[in-house]
Design a protein around this ligand. Structure first.
Ligand SMILES: [Zn+2]
Length: 106
């Protein structure tokens, strides 16, 4: 008789609690260091890096536990983020100081 549900796609089974630690075929980076899931996405915007910082640092958000990490190393990106902040603020500070100097020189 009706063994298969005609309304259900056999290629795309619905998410079940058992399929928690599944891998995303579209994601090619390292697995999450916190929960081990190979499924993460790139954020659109970060507070520390704006719209481009996460691209420079391969920064991704785990789709399993929402932790952020480096998709190349599979480790926390905190050290890189601090370094990024120092560099960005250093450049901004230098430019600001130069602009102030030129304004002062008139
Ligand atoms: Zn995770």
């Amino acid at each position: 008789m009706f063994k298969d549900n005609p309304y259900e796609s056999p290629q795309a089974p619905q998410a079940s609690p058992a399929a928690k630690a599944k891998a995303n075929a579209n994601y090619t980076g390292a697995a999450c260091p916190n929960c081990g899931v190979s499924d993460a996405r790139s954020p659109r915007f970060t507070l520390w890096g704006g719209a481009i910082g996460h691209r420079i640092l391969s920064h991704v958000i785990c789709n399993g536990c929402r932790k952020t990490f480096n998709s190349k190393t599979g480790k926390s990106n905190l050290g890189n983020i601090i370094l990024y902040q120092v560099v960005v603020l250093g450049i901004a500070g230098t430019l600001g100081a130069m602009a102030g100097l030129f304004a002062w020189l008139g």
